[in-house]
Every structure is written in structure tokens, then in C-alpha cells.
Design a protein around this ligand. Structure first.
Ligand code: CO
Length: 465
């Protein structure tokens, strides 16, 4: 029997409508969703925290409490980027601990924890703190392909994460590049190696996810991530109703009834039309992007490259840049092309091609990566490349967060005066500027949600994760 995690309140709208689903649009249907019998609903984390504050003028903590109250029978899940929490850099341990405790206190049951580089040192504390707080710690492995990312590598990662205390493992195929027969072998091998439940999270970006889910189920995967049909497919997850239907009357039957889901889907169909009319659903997210299968460049990264080259009047050099991407990735030790690595590798590839010389200019982020500030690359970076990028500087060997000073309880009083709850300190530490502007609007009672202000453009696009 398989179990289903519903993503419509998190990944589905992050992937299709740039994370713009509002709490007020979730509440009317939350009670009905609570009756379905899902294994879990992913409702928080990822880009939703930042987007709530930045674009929707909503307090993400309030959203969580509202959903918790509306869905008392369903486990609520969030996505957490390990030591990066929900931000884009490493945070010191005291912030990680406080953030996880606050997430659980406000209603989270399951925390899915991952690191872009699959560096266990970047997820260790988060797993530990999740369990200390009494929640389920799921460790997710970012799936990519390279000469060092063979199946044995993932099996070893799964064992490593279970040894750190992970209560379950997730294969996180953010680019949708996991092929069906690879899924079969990967799931079989991980299931043989670890005793905890195994979940598969994929995206339909390349048109593979449905078939990979089927093969993964045959190989013994326990849980699948899906999104109700109006917010499924494209760069989102496979449709919940179809995934449930294909296993009815088989040994894998989820036991879920698709009739009530059809009624709920009608609600989301109308909601989808509303977001379409607001210009939030870019048609390109619904396209099947097979080029990712060929050159490993995921959809979000591709549009990023187009916009960077467009700004330099160099669109005619796209093919050269696409050829340069795998070269840069190899030089940098085969990082998975997921945020933030995808943007960093893209930028370096553009520089290398446009300047006609490799690593003549190197962005600060790439230097920090080579210094070891993001964690350990999957493969070692050659001495020549290290020399070219950071000269004689030494690479750090410690866990990046070991170099960070504690940050809690040091908020300046001019900011503290805006705070209304303990959680506001965490909001401020993650996104200081955005948080302060939000606090100021909140104080004036201006909960203005003006859709004209945030039509999607290439700059503020959030990527499927
Ligand atoms: Co995802």
C-alpha cells in the first residue's frame, strides 16, 4: 500500500505560480483536504516563507497556525534547506535550533531536510533538533547525475542520513531527470540498505515523473508526492487523482477515494483560473522540457541563462554557454544543479564564454563555494582550478556553520519595537530587509494585497525545489 503526500499548498504553487497562493485561498478547502487521509500535506517552507512576506504581505507563521487549526487530522510537512533554513545562506546553530523549535511549536509534524550538495554536515543539526522537538525528521537527498553520482553514492547517503537519526528518506528529484528504470534500481537498492520509509519527490518537467513513480512503486517505495490536478504537471508534481487511480485494485492501492478529490479539484480549478487571469501562471512552466534530459540544464536555469545572455546582447552564444555548463560543473566537483548552485554555475559559464577565457572573472559566490563555504563538493576540485579561482588561499575543512557567531537575542531595539511575537526575531534574522518592511506595514494595519504589484517576471521567478 502506498501513501500520498499532497503538495498543493507548497511545491505545486511554488513551481507553477511563483509561490503566490494566498492563505485566504487555502482556508476554504483546508477542512475538506483534512478528511482525505493523506500521509501528509506539504504546506510550509521552501520559498513560501519568503514569498508570503515579500509578495503577499502575510505573516508565514500566522499561515502555519491557521492551517494547523483547519487541518487537525493531517500531518503537516515543511521543506527546510538544512543549515540554510528557508534563506539563502548558512545560519549559525542557535538560529537553526530556534527556527526548528518554533516551526514545530506552530504546527509542523514532519520536516523534510536537505542540502544542495548533500553534505551531511549541513543537515546534521537540523535532523537532531527536529527530533528533539518531537517531530519527524525526513532527510532528502538531492538527485543529480554525474560520474560521481552513481547508485552506490545515493545508497551510502541514505545510510549516512539514517545513522544521523533520519526517520525517513526522500529522493528529491527537483529537475525531474530520474528515469523510470533508474528509479526502480535506486529505490530497490535504498530499500535493501535502510529500514526507514522511503519517499519519492519528483517534478513533471521532462515528462518522466509519472513513469518513474510507477517503477518506484513496483520497487517498493512507500510514499509519493503528488499535487491535485489543477496544479499538477509542468514543473509541478504528477496529479494526485491519476496517481491514486492507477494503483486501485493492485497491491499498491493507496486506499484513498478519488471522488471527494474531484470535488476539491473543482475548487482549485477556479482558483487556477483566477491566478491565470492575474498573469501568475507563465505558460512556459507547463511545457515539457526534454532538453534537461540532454544537457542537464533544468528549466529555471535555462530561463536564467536566456535572461543573462539577453542583457549582454549575446543570445546568439547560447549554444556555446550550454556546452560550457557541464565543463564548469565538472571543474567545480559536480554540484547538483539546484538553487543556489544552478544560478552560480550558469553565471560562471556565461563569463567563461563571453570573456573567451575560463575563470578570468569569478563571481564572489563561486569563490566562496571553492573556499568550502557552502560545504564539501561531491567530487574534489582539482588543484589547478582551486589555484585559478582563489589563488593561494586555503580551503576551509570545517563545517561552514562552525565559523559563524551566534545571532539570537541581539536584535537592535529600533527593530525590536516592531516585534509582536517571538517568531518575529527569526523572520528578521532570515530576511532582515523584507521582514522590517513587513513589520512596518503590519504596524500601520496595512494588509494590502495588491495583485498589480507582483506580476511575474524573469527576475523574481522562483524555481521548483
Ligand atoms: Co520539489
Amino acid at each position: 500500500m502506498i501513501r500520498i503526500t499532497e503538495t498543493i499548498f507548497r511545491d505545486a504553487h511554488q513551481s507553477l505560480i511563483a509561490t503566490r497562493m494566498r492563505t485566504s485561498d487555502m482556508v476554504p478547502v483546508a477542512k475538506a483536504l483534512d478528511q482525505i487521509g493523506y500521509h501528509a500535506m506539504e504546506v510550509w517552507g521552501g520559498a513560501t516563507f519568503d514569498a508570503s512576506l515579500r509578495f503577499l504581505n502575510e505573516d508565514p507563521w500566522e499561515r502555519l497556525r491557521i492551517l494547523r487549526a483547519a487541518m487537525p487530522n493531517t500531518k503537516l510537512q515543511m521543506l527546510l534547506r538544512g543549515q540554510n533554513l528557508l534563506g539563502y545562506r548558512h545560519y549559525p546553530d542557535d538560529v537553526v535550533s530556534a527556527f526548528i523549535r518554533a516551526s514545530v511549536r506552530n504546527g509542523i509534524d514532519i520536516i523534510r531536510i536537505f542540502d544542495a550538495l548533500n553534505d551531511a554536515r549541513n543537515v546534521r543539526l537540523a535532523i537532531h533538533e527536529t527530533k528533539e522537538a518531537g517531530a519527524h525528521a525526513q532527510a532528502a537527498i538531492s538527485y543529480t547525475k554525474s560520474p560521481v553520482h552513481d547508485i552506490g553514492h545515493y545508497v551510502q547517503k541514505a545510510q549516512e542520513y539514517v545513522n544521523l537519526g533520519a526517520d525517513s528518506i526522500c529522493i528529491k528529484d527537483m529537475s525531474g531527470i530520474l528515469l523510470p528504470y533508474d528509479a526502480y534500481e535506486l529505490v530497490s537498492r535504498i530499500k535493501d540498505a535502510v529500514q526507514v520509509p522511503l519517499e519519492l519527490h519528483s517534478h513533471c518537467s521532462t515528462g518522466m515523473a509519472n513513469q518513474s513513480y510507477l517503477k518506484a512503486v513496483e520497487a517498493g517505495v512507500d510514499i509519493l508526492d503528488t499535487a491535485l490536478s489543477p496544479f499538477a504537471n509542468g514543473t509541478s508534481q504528477p496529479p494526485t487523482e491519476a496517481v491514486i487511480a492507477q494503483f486501485i485494485n493492485t497491491p499498491y492501492d493507496s486506499g484513498l477515494d478519488i471522488k471527494p478529490l474531484a470535488e476539491i479539484a473543482e475548487y482549485f480549478e477556479e482558483l487556477r483560473s483566477k491566478y491565470v487571469s492575474e498573469g501568475l501562471l507563465n505558460p512556459k512552466v507547463m511545457r515539457t522540457n526534454v532538453s534537461t534530459l540532454i544537457n542537464q540544464v533544468p528549466g529555471g536555469m535555462y530561463s536564467n541563462l536566456l535572461s543573462q545572455l539577453g542583457q549582454q546582447q549575446a543570445l546568439h552564444r547560447l549554444d556555446e554557454v550550454l556546452e560550457e555548463v557541464p565543463h564548469v560543473r565538472k571543474d567545480l566537483g559536480y554540484p547538483p544543479l539546484v538553487t543556489p548552485m544552478s544560478q552560480m554555475v550558469a553565471t560562471q559559464a556565461v563569463f567563461n564564454v563571453l570573456l573567451g577565457e575560463r575563470y578570468k572573472i569569478v563571481p564572489k559566490e563561486i569563490k566562496n563555494y571553492v573556499r568550502g563555504m557552502y560545504g564539501r563538493p561531491p567530487a574534489e576540485i582539482s588543484k589547478e582550478i582551486v589555484q585559478k579561482i582563489i589563488g593561494d588561499e586555503r580551503q576551509i575543512q570545517v563545517r561552514p556553520a562552525d565559523l559563524l557567531e551566534p545571532m539570537m537575542h541581539k536584535i537592535p531595539s529600533e527593530i525590536k519595537k516592531y516585534m509582536e511575537q517571538d517568531e518575529d526575531e527569526l523572520t528578521y534574522l532570515l530576511f532582515p530587509q523584507v521582514a522590517l518592511e513587513f513589520f512596518q506595514r503590519r504596524e500601520t494595519g496595512l494588509y494590502k494585497i495588491d495583485t498589480d504589484l507582483w506580476h511575474m517576471d524573469s527576475e523574481d521567478e522562483t524555481y521548483p525545489v
